[in-house]
Every structure is written in C-alpha cells, then in structure tokens.
Design a protein around this ligand. Structure first.
Ligand code: NOJ
Length: 687
C-alpha cells in the first residue's frame, strides 16, 4: 500500500463510511457495550449496549456488516411505570448448545439446533430496582431473543400495555408485508414496498436488502401472550405492537414472565432464508405429547368445494351437502384413490340463519337429521378411511369452549382422529366470556385466543385428535411441542379462487413460500384441476401449477378439494395428486426468488422417492437445476408434469405435458414455467 493510499484510507475511515456500514459505537458514540456474543461459526454477532439514560439496546451484524442497528428494548405497563430507562448491568452469562432432534412428521426428519446463548440482566437504578433479563440465542442464520421478567415484589403481576422492542433495519431494501389489524385478518395479498413504506405489518415479514441479504421477522413459542405485529415508526425502524385485548392490558400475567422469542432470520439468499425457518421450531420446547404415532400425515378429500361454489350448502335444506349418502360417495372415492380422510363440513346444527361472526347456535354434538354420524364413521372405517371432523365457531369461543369436552369426546368415540376448526369473524370479532361472565370482543391473535387455541390443541391431544384451525392464530412453531397441531390456514388459500374477484394473483404462492410459510404448514387446499371457480370464473393458474403446489406449499395434511367428476375427467393429471407424498425426510429449495420462483425437492419420508415442485409468477420463468439430491449410481423414472409450450394462465391454462424419462443424479432438470405456471416431478427408483 502506498503512503498516499494509507493516508486516504485513514481519512476515509473517519469521513466516508456509508451509514449502512457504521458500527454501533459510531452510530451512537455514547452507548456503552455491555455484552456481545457470536453464532457458532462466527457469522452473526449480537452486541448489547446501555446508553447514558440507561436504555438497553441490541444490534446484529453479519460478517461484520450491520443488519440490525441499535434497537431498543423495554415495556409499558397499564398499572406500573414503564420499564425502559435507568438500567444498569446486573450480570451476564453465555453457553453453547448443539443437539439434533427428530420430527415425528415434517419437512425434515432431523433438525440441528446449534446456537450460542447470551443472557444479560439489568436492574433499574431507581427505587423500584426492577429486573429485566434478555436471553439471545444466536444461530448462524438468525437470532432469537426473549425477555424474562422474574417474579419480583414491584412487579408481581405484569399488565403489559405494550412491548417496546425495536428492529432497526440497517440497510435499505424491499419488503413483503401483510397489513395488521385489518378486518380480514391475515387474508390479504402481500404488499411489496420499500422498507420505508411498511405500515403496520403482521409477522412473518420478509425483507430483501439492497445488498441481497434476506431477512424474515417473526416470533416463536407464542404462549400465554399476545401476538406481535410490527409498526414502522420512522425510517427503517420497526417496533413491536402487541395485539390488543378487550380488557386493557394487551398481556396480563403473574410474573415470572418469559415472552415469546422475537426472531430475525438472516440469510444470503431466498432458498437459505426458507431453510432458516428451522429456528422457529428450534426455539420451541420439545414434544410434550410423547408417542404421537397417532398423528397421521394424510391427503384428504371432502364436502367442501361444493359449498364454496354454491352448489351445496352448509345449512340444512334441499342443497345440504353433509348428507349420509354424499359422505358415503366421498368415502368410496377416497378409498378407491388412496386418500386417508374425508372432511365433512356443515354436518352439525347451527348453520341455519345468520351464523357469520355470531355462532351462538352451533351445536358441536348434534348432527342434522340427514347426516348419520355414527353410520358414516362406521362406513369410513370399513373402507380404511377416516372422517375429519369440523367445528366452525364463527369466532364465538364462549359457545365453543362450553361444548369442547363433549364435542371432542364424541369424535373420540366415533374414531374421528382430526378436526378442522374455524373462527369466521371479522378482526376484533371474537366473542369470549370474561371471568365476570360477560361477553367480550377480542382479536384473533390476542392473549385470549392464544390461550384458547392451546386449550383446544391440548384437549384434543388427550383424545388423540389432530387439529387444523382456519382463521387461526399464526404459527410460531408450537407443532414441535404439540405435534397434533398439524396445520392451519392463516392466509388466502384456494377458497379465494372459488369466490368472486379478486382471485389469488399468479405470484401469490411464490410470495407465500417466503412469507406465510416461514411460520409453518398451511392448509392451502391445492389441486383444483378444473381451474373453475363460482359462476364459471377462471382461476389464475395453469393445471401443472395446481400439481406443483402439493410440493411447494408444505402441509402434512393436503386436500384434493375439486369435485369428484373433475378428477375423474383428468385421470392422467390426477395421478400425481394420488402419488404425491405429504411427509418428508428432507427438503431442499433448488432455486428461488421471493415472489418470482420457488423450486423445491423433497424426499418422501421412509421411501426412496423424491418429488420436485416449482411455481413461478405471472411471467414466464425458467430454471435448470442439478439432480444431485438423487442417490448416486441409481436410476430413477422421472414422471414429469409440465406446462405445455403454449400454456399460459390467461389463454391456455390447461395445456400440460405429461412425460417420463430415466435420469440419474448426474443429470439436470430444465423446465419452462408458463406465465401463471408450474411443474411437478416424481422420481421413482428403477432397476
Ligand atoms: C372458512 C374456512 O377457511 C373454510 O375452509 C370453511 O369452509 C368455512 N370457513 C366454513 O367453516
């Protein structure tokens, strides 16, 4: 280095450091470092600081570059002074953890949980002397942290008005967000905006920075607390906003309180961001249910799409869908085609009249007279199929909780091993009974509902019943602890394609993969081969894409929702839906860009078969990937379902090519995805 260069570098180090590259010390020269720790490979680093006011902050950097700049921590209470200033360091410790655990079902058979943990405690310097502890778990691809408020005299009960956690994104970029607190809950098309235009967003929230870093903000282990949303307060600073409660404090709990984990997943590209979502599971407690062999991943059919098309009704009358006769027809179809279950909606009394957002009339034990629940259960069993129960509550959990025990007992007696629950009510329209016996209106993700869902899941587990809520609380990885919580809705699923306009746009699923799916399985219900919604409206997808969704949108329960006759009309295409697996040993994203493309390879659990699924957006997309995930030296028959050369979701959505070829791990798979298209492949070992 010449003397001039050395001098220039010295001067630049003072005057020309771009804002994004500043260290915390430079950004806030008066803040004092109190603790720091790095991830196991040293990729990520967390620094904890205290400023002269005694405010606690953290920052995260990746390979020396700031990712989250100084971001403050603290609480507001409804009946106690705020907890955010005047802190002094009380102690700190670190430990390392490395364990590989097995999932009873899932996208991966085994998951490695490897992190370094940093625990930092602060005491207030004023007369209250309250303590706040923050625990960081630092992974190579993300950071989780939680607050612990110990039991203490000045805070025996925490009535939390809000949590003041900040996430100050260091670098500019684009965000994919869903507005929070809107009437239709989680069910919105994603907004793609600069970070500076995020409003108040739900989590998971996805960001791609200008330098290409991929971030996802979410939470893990949401238990006895209210869900976190993120509001942009200035620049690129996001701040937590807890979901409200009807009673004042957003969270009300006796101390000690451990909050859910606040999680920032940080990855160099879109496929590794998807994989980093393992952190959400890792931050949850291990399985509490013991042997869950009774939780069976499965594909199912049901009395469902008919109603969304208005061909049949949930309520009684001439078009009633859930009749004994129609259910038996469905059972026969399921048995003949290898489906494990038949969902029956509208079987129980209470659908007549105005049920939406009311739900007072629902009985969860009495069937309509044209539905013989004992007989259909017996008939299903005789055919090797199970009935999947349905509890639509219309958000009236007061009515549901009163009947919960007997309702689940009935299913257990009849051998019904799974229930789809529903909370159809506008945001803020959950009806719950307070301890004073009065009805209150709550939010779908407030503390009351968080506790309600866990109550349903644990009561169901006692009876060996799996649960799949719609209009749910978001997934925060609790399926690790309670593996009977198999899936949920929580975004716009296929049903939007049955209804009027707007339908799900062609990029919807390529958005979902990197946003909603970061939280966990979704009961999306793909596979509408007719591509037709209500009043003969067109779904914005090719046929091949409908197949691809079984691989792309993960769930251990996958529905084949279309009408029986529509599957019978396309037997060659339907074959993929019959063949595709729902439970996996391994998952790899072979190519992906948020909102544009997602190509997955998944190995069917306990077999040597692999499946590939790829979805694009409204543009033509191409990919060319190595098949090196296949076992070397082995030959596979690739059963390929791809968009025809002339396929286009607008003009020719039904054009599909179904072909076979023999491949090995040294081959490649190149595919063109039509606008609105997709592709699916099954790899079967051959001699
Ligand atoms: C909305 C759910 O998403 C849908 O699947 C269900 O059919 C209806 N509610 C009725 O419960």
């Amino acid at each position: 280095m010449t003397l001039f260069r050395l001098f220039a570098a010295f001067v630049l180090s003072f005057i020309a450091i771009p804002a994004a590259a500043q260290t915390i010390a430079q950004a806030a020269p008066t803040a004092q470092f109190v603790a720091s720790a790095a991830s196991p490979s040293g990729t990520l680093k967390v620094d904890v600081t205290l400023n002269p006011e005694g405010r606690v902050a953290y920052a995260v950097s990746r390979e020396g570059q700031p990712v989250i700049s100084e971001s403050r921590l603290g609480f507001l209470f409804t009946d106690a002074p705020e907890m955010l200033r005047n802190f002094a360091l009380a102690g700190q410790s670190t430990r390392s953890f490395d364990e590989t655990w097995q999932q009873p079902w899932g996208e991966y058979r085994s998951i490695r949980n490897r992190y370094n943990e940093l625990t930092v405690s602060f005491d207030e310097k004023n007369w209250d002397k309250r303590r706040m502890t923050v625990v960081f778990r630092i992974y190579d691809d993300g950071v989780g942290f939680r607050y612990e408020i110990p039991r203490q005299e000045k805070l025996a009960h925490a009535n939390i008005a809000d949590e003041l956690t900040e996430f100050n994104v260091a670098e500019g970029g684009e965000a994919w967000s869903n507005s929070a607190f809107e009437w239709n809950r989680e069910e919105y098309v994603y907004n793609r905006t600069p970070i500076e235009q995020i409003g108040t967003a739900q989590t998971p929230l996805t960001i791609r920075t200008n330098s290409g870093l991929h971030l996802s903000f979410h939470e893990a282990a949401l238990v006895d607390y209210s869900a976190m949303n993120l509001r942009r307060v200035s620049g690129r600073t996001l701040k937590s906003v807890l979901t409200p409660s009807a009673t004042g404090p957003k969270v009300s709990r006796a101390t000690p309180v451990a909050t859910p984990w606040r999680v920032i997943m940080i990855a160099p590209d879109a496929p590794s961001l998807y994989r980093s979502a393992q952190i959400i599971l890792n931050l949850n407690e291990p399985n509490r249910l013991g042997d869950v062999g009774w939780v069976k991943p499965m594909k199912y059919v049901g009395i469902w799409w008919d109603m969304h098309l208005d061909r049949k009704t949930w309520n009684s009358g001439p078009k009633h869908g859930a009749t004994t006769a129609y259910t038996k027809q469905m059972i026969d179809f399921a048995a003949k085609n290898g489906f494990g279950g038949v969902l029956v909606e509208g079987w129980n009394k209470g659908w007549d009249g105005d049920w939406f957002g009311r739900g007072f009339d629902f009985s969860f034990t009495e069937a309509y007279p044209d539905f013989d629940i004992a007989e259909v259960s017996r008939y299903a069993r005789s055919k090797g199929v199970v009935i999947i129960g349905h509890h639509e509550t219309a958000g009236n959990i007061a009515n549901y909780e009163k009947q919960l025990g007997p309702a689940l007992d009935l299913y257990q007696r009849l051998g019904i091993p799974a229930v789809k629950t529903g909370y159809v009510a506008d945001a803020g329209g959950i009806q719950a009974e307070g301890s004073d016996g009065k009805m209150r209106f709550e939010w779908h993700e407030g503390q009351t509902m968080v506790n309600h869902h866990l109550k349903v899941v644990t009561e169901a587990a006692k009876r060996r019943i799996a649960v799949n809520p719609h209009e749910p609380v978001k997934d925060t990885g609790l399926r690790r602890t309670y593996p009977n919580w198999v899936a949920r809705e929580g975004q716009r699923g296929m049903e939007y394609n049955a209804w009027g306009e707007p339908k799900n746009p062609p990029e919807h699923e390529a958005n979902l993969v990197f946003t909603r799916m970061m939280s966990g399985p979704m009961d999306f219900t793909p596979g509408v081969l007719s591509l037709i919604g209500k009043n003969n409206t067109q779904i914005l997808s090719t046929v091949a894409k409908q197949l691809a969704l079984y691989v792309v949108i993960y769930s251990p329960i996958q529905m084949a929702p279309d009408l029986i006759e529509n599957y019978q009309a396309q037997p060659r295409t339907f074959k993929f839906i019959k063949d595709v697996a729902v439970d996996w040993d391994d998952t790899r994203m072979l190519a992906g860009e948020v909102g544009d493309l997602a190509v997955f390879a998944r190995k069917a659990r306990g077999t040597d078969q692999w499946f590939v699924g790829a979805v694009g957006d409204e543009q033509e997309r191409r990919f060319d990937v190595a098949l090196d995930f296949l076992q070397p030296g082995r030959r596979y028959r690739a059963e390929i379902y791809r968009d025809g050369e002339d396929a286009d979701y607008r003009t020719n959505p039904r054009s599909i090519v179904i072909e076979q070829r023999v491949v090995t791990s040294s081959d490649r798979l190149a595919m063109r995805l039509a606008p609105g298209g997709g592709g699916a492949v099954r790899f079967v070992p051959v001699r």
